[in-house]
Design a protein around this ligand. Structure first.
Ligand code: ADQ
Length: 467
């Protein structure tokens, strides 16, 4: 069997207890490595003044972890700069927040080249290479330039917007061309796939071979939707367990007879957290009888705090939260509870289960795993209701949710009210529809579908003569 080589910006090594990182990607990729030898290559998360050109190797079970350190300049330019300050906002349709710098872009290309050089020395001819996300778009092009002819797949976790939006980003033409150096490009939704194919066809003299396949300069790339999924059985089993964690116990105790509304997101402007708090405020204003009868718990661990737009968001969230709690709170009732820690998956599952409403209202999101986790964790006899943004990739699959436009706080407020008042039969019917789909397309389906398709690709002589 061909060895699987995964490349991602960060590498997640299982911890000594064997549980490892709780992140969705870590769980997905652990599934992909089941039953086969693998290599996982990427950034260690560490910064060093003189990083080695060779990765540090760690063996765990049948997987080798290859870890590269970065210099402080690499981290600033490649990661915080181009990836998170230029690419991320544009790919989430926030052109006005995108800060392009030539130095950052050069750093992004430099780190991709360094990674490709170090990785190429570890690659065997029949390895299947699976690259993840927006940090590493040019990696295949760099590997091809070094003479590699392996099958290389790419999965894109965040949206691929319409060509007019992507086109605003300097360097986007080169990135589009680089995408065609992959044999298989997986995106979250049919809309992303359509946007990406249109982008390539509009920008270059490319040909559409079949509905999915684009040919450019003798290379062929298949661009297709592979909606990422979750570990369904893990969530279904964890959710009903008795509350042992402090947060879960305290939440249950403080709720009394109140209904819980829950939001769980990384603190990111794409997730629409202040907008959601304002929609909740609108719900309280429009439904004064609900005051004191609901609690909204927002869990939002900080992320990318070195990026100025994230620090600004953190301030906005604190101000919005303080204002709403100040204006509407009463002795004995705080409308919005806000916590910023990371929690074990079992705790999140328990919280999802007791929440009558799951509020997942990103302004844009590639997929949004929280939406799926919330549904998976519900009690089949008495499920809660998911309120879901039409701009989350998950909305293409989860038609049983109340679908909203997060830009309209009145619409979100009305959906919260409808969710709290929905009768049991309708809640069960909607939940069942979503569960059928989530069970069918779970994480094992996702990894198998992508890898099977990648392995089945005709091996093209994509290697280019070294420059
Ligand atoms: P993210 O933007 O990180 O992922 P999301 O899909 O919601 O967004 O995944 C977040 C994960 O982190 C979930 O599994 C969630 O349970 C977990 N998480 C969130 N808060 C937590 C907390 N306080 N403690 C512990 N765990 C927490 C990117 C894209 C998404 C895409 C995923 C996967 O932006 O659109 O769905 O990749 O492809």
């Amino acid at each position: 069997m061909a060895r699987l080589v995964v490349v991602s910006n960060r590498v997640s090594i299982p911890d000594p207890t064997g549980k490892g990182s709780a992140g969705g990607l870590a769980v997905a990729l652990r599934e992909a490595f089941q039953g086969q030898d693998g290599l996982w290559f990427g950034w260690s998360g560490k910064v060093s003044a003189h990083p080695s050109a060779e990765p540090r190797m760690i063996d765990k079970g049948h997987v080798r972890y290859a870890l590269m350190d970065l210099t402080a300049t690499d981290r600033r330019e490649y990661y915080s700069g181009f990836a998170n300050r230029a690419l991320w906002p544009v790919m989430h349709y926030r052109i006005g927040l995108s800060e392009f710098s030539r130095a950052d872009y050069a750093g992004y290309l430099r780190v991709n080249r360094t990674f490709a050089g170090a990785l190429a020395r570890l690659i065997r001819p029949d390895d299947l290479i699976w690259v993840h996300d927006y940090h590493l778009i040019p990696l295949a092009a760099e590997l091809r330039a070094l003479g590699l002819a392996n099958r290389i797949g790419y999965f894109r976790h965040i949206p691929w917007p319409a060509p007019e939006v992507v086109g605003t980003l300097p360097g986007s033409q080169d990135l589009l061309r680089a995408i065609t150096d992959y044999d298989l490009v997986g995106v979250q939704t049919a809309r992303d796939a359509d946007n990406l194919r249109r982008g390539i066809l509009q920008e270059f003299d490319a040909a559409q071979r079949t509905a999915d396949v684009i040919a450019l300069d003798g290379r062929q790339a298949r661009v297709k939707g592979f909606p990422i999924a979750i570990d369904m059985s893990g969530f279904e089993q964890a959710a009903p367990r008795p509350a042992t964690h402090r947060l879960l116990k305290q939440t249950v105790a403080s709720l009394g007879s109140r209904s819980l509304i829950i939001g769980v997101d990384r603190l990111d402007y794409s997730k629409g957290i202040p907008e959601r708090m304002e929609a909740f405020e609108r719900f309280l204003i429009s439904n004064p009888d609900q005051r004191g009868r609901v609690t909204y718990l927002q869990i939002a661990p900080t992320s990318r705090s070195e990026v100025p737009e994230y620090a600004a968001l953190s301030r906005t969230v604190s101000e919005t939260l303080g204002r709403i709690n100040g204006a509407h709170g009463e002795p004995g009732w705080v409308p919005i509870h806000y916590v910023t820690s990371a929690y074990p998956r079992s705790v999140l599952a328990g919280l999802y289960r007791i929440a009558r409403v799951g509020l997942v209202t990103p302004m844009r999101d590639g997929m949004n795993l929280v939406a799926k986790e919330y549904v998976a964790a519900q009690d089949p006899e008495d499920p809660g209701v998911l309120v879901l943004s039409k701009f989350a990739g998950a909305a293409e699959q989860l038609g049983g949710a109340l679908i909203v436009n997060p830009n309209d706080k009145f619409e979100v407020a009305e959906a919260i009210n409808a969710a709290l008042h929905m009768d049991q039969a309708e809640r069960i019917a909607r939940w069942q529809r979503m569960m059928d789909l989530l069970r069918r397309y779970d994480i094992a389906w996702w990894t198998n579908a992508f890898l099977k398709e990648l392995a089945g690709q005709r091996k093209t002589s994509k290697a280019r003569r070294p420059a």
